[in-house]
Ligand binder design. Sequence first.
Ligand code: ADP
Ligand code: MG
Length: 348
Amino acid sequence: MMLARLPVILLLAAFAGACSNGNNSAYHDQFFAFGTLVDVTFYGTDPDLAAQASEAIANDFHTLHQEWHAWQPGQLTATNALLAQLEPFRGDPVVLPVIREANRLARLSGDLFNPTIGKLVTLWGFHDNALPVGTLPDRQAIAALVAQAPSAKDVVIRDDMVSNSNPAVQYDLGAFAKGYAIDRIMERLRSLGIENAIVNAGGDLRAIGRHGNRPWRVGIRHPRQKGILASIEIETDASIFTSGDYERHFEIDGTRYHHIIDPRSGYPADTATSVTVIHGNAATADAAATALFVAGPGHWTGVARSMGVELVMLVDTSGVIHMTPGMQQRIRFEPGISPELRISEPLS
Ligand code: ADP
Ligand code: MG
């Protein structure tokens, strides 16, 4: 049995950190947040302002992480406790906007991104900082939760009042909170007067402004080998998020059980190994990477269209790479890597 729980941090802060030609005053900082190393780079910013902004966003990340944490006591766990009572309640102002946006994206994804399956995630043991137990959860317990079909549709939000009709609903924002937080952080940076920045949380990142006079280049981890599969160019103000089956997983008898669950079966989604999405909005990119991972090679295009996502790369379990023409234009495979490609129709 193999255990892998450490966040992957090899992804390319480094590309962004390379010298820029137009503007060589780059400021770098790093801190831990959302269970991963966050790497920030600002370009053309006064060093004092940069240091101050970096400290401000480190604090923001820390606060948001606590508020939205799925199992450590905070505003989200309090909200989950109220949802379980099936009585209407006044939503917590720090949780309400996040849940509203998560629900919207869940609907667009046809519930393949389903932030209400916290009970399933817990059953699999992927909710904990500790190593997953490495044993399979009880089949019947999974079947019972799947039959109860928790969904964002069960949660009705009117103004600040929240009601829930399904006792199986329990929010887990693990597939979305990082993206949503990065969007918030970027607003904060802009309000502080920082215009050119890249915030990279373990390979998931958003860039705003410019990087000298060339685009940002981001490396995508190979899902099955050490190192990089490809690098992708993103233009100004874009986010790039990847969901992979290598992040948190355990193996039993050669079968990999990982942390992205197909809400329809209750088991890890098993037709993709990695999905990368580029989108202007980090929250959408994060939720979509998870949803398209679950959709898999046969169904990702419809879900991407519905979520308004046009730039996608999906690596399936046989190593074939599916992508949109727009993604193909931006991608450069590493030397020696020449996978079989399936290019979709343009999605818009
Ligand atoms: P990563 O955390 O590796 O970036 P994701 O963004 O795909 O990957 O998030 C996976 C996390 O989201 C899981 O650890 C779990 O907490 C939660 N999750 C698992 N399956 C789903 C799903 N189908 N929809 C929404 N959240 C999910
Ligand atoms: Mg995600």
